[in-house]
Design a protein around this ligand. Structure first.
Ligand SMILES: [Ca+2]
Ligand SMILES: [Ca+2]
Length: 301
């Protein structure tokens, strides 16, 4: 089965409690010409880095100075079901520079390469919300969230998992819809889940990037089923005239039954060569049955 849907997933009422209880670290960034968010987006990719056999490796894409990181992702060259996402999250690289860092897992017998992508806005005002660090004991599964304030819609988000185990990585990583607001639009925050089977304690942290300027936003999802034992991908496109700022993935199977892999923006033509047209996501389905992958794209006019 394949198609479009409303935002999948049952959002957890406990998120509201978490948002109230947690001491979020919040910073606010103002552009030199705040106000007119416009349509200016830069898509920056890092140099390819070696992803050695049976190790983790990281890559960082740097936004141009005085732009604002709003999303990002990773690519694995020569990816297979033994390579996947460990972490993918925004970073501050200097007083006026942000970027996107990714960590990839390899359980593969051969070396691969990985690259990071950063999506950078040339203008606008943003709030960067770092959710609480959630401990996930060995053998356990837990979730982490970061909330945007009402009236400051989500424009991107990411996830950071601790450690260097090549079996650690988020089982979902996506925007979500608050259970208490009246709509079913996932503009309220970012969430991720981790099943820890590494043999050691782990932690999970989620970041939400929230837009403080007025503007048009669209939240899109597409889904398709992925067979057991294989890799599968789903692309979610933005409406004509809008540009993708970020994206993520949810799955129908329990967190940890599938591994997230490549996750980045893509170019569908549309009059330019910029990868501004939507979000592309790959999963490794190691569960015993088929799993449905929901790819999410956040788009801005
Ligand atoms: Ca909502
Ligand atoms: Ca394009």
């Amino acid at each position: 089965m394949r198609g479009s849907s409303n935002w999948h997933g049952v959002d957890r009422a406990r998120r509201v409690l978490l948002a109230c209880a947690a001491g979020f670290a919040v910073t606010v960034a103002d552009a030199p010409h705040a106000g007119a968010a416009g349509n200016g987006m830069k898509y920056v990719t890092s140099d390819l880095r070696k992803l050695p056999s049976r190790e983790t490796a990281s890559a960082t894409a740097k936004c141009p100075k005085r732009t604002f990181v709003v999303g990002g992702g990773l690519s694995i060259v020569g990816s297979n079901t033994a390579t996947g996402m460990h972490s993918s999250y925004p970073v501050q690289l200097g007083p006026h520079r942000g970027g996107w860092r990714v960590v990839a897992n390899s359980r593969s017998a051969s070396d691969k390469k990985l690259g990071a992508e950063a999506v950078c806005a040339k203008s606008g005002r943003y709030r960067y919300v770092s959710g609480p660090q959630v401990p996930v004991p060995n053998g356990g599964t837990d979730f982490a969230d970061a909330y945007c304030d009402e009236g400051e819609p989500l424009i991107g988000g990411g996830v950071k998992v601790s450690g260097t185990s090549t079996v650690l990585g988020p089982g979902e990583n996506r925007p979500f819809d608050s259970p208490v607001d009246p709509d079913d639009v996932p503009q309220d925050g970012w969430t991720a889940g981790l099943k820890n089977s590494s043999g050691a304690p782990g932690t999970l942290r989620v970041f939400a990037i929230c837009e403080r300027t007025a503007g048009a936003h669209a939240y899109r999802s597409e889904f398709d089923s992925v067979n057991s034992g294989g890799q599968g991908s789903v692309a979610a496109g933005c409406p004509t005239g809008m540009k993708v700022t970020a994206g993520g993935a949810g799955v129908s199977t329990p967190t940890g039954a599938v591994e997230l892999a490549d996750s980045h923006s893509y170019d569908n033509g549309g009059g330019n060569r910029a990868p501004d047209d939507g979000w592309y996501q790959v999963i490794n389905n190691e569960s015993g049955g088929s799993s449905t992958l929901y790819t999410y794209a956040i788009c801005r006019g």
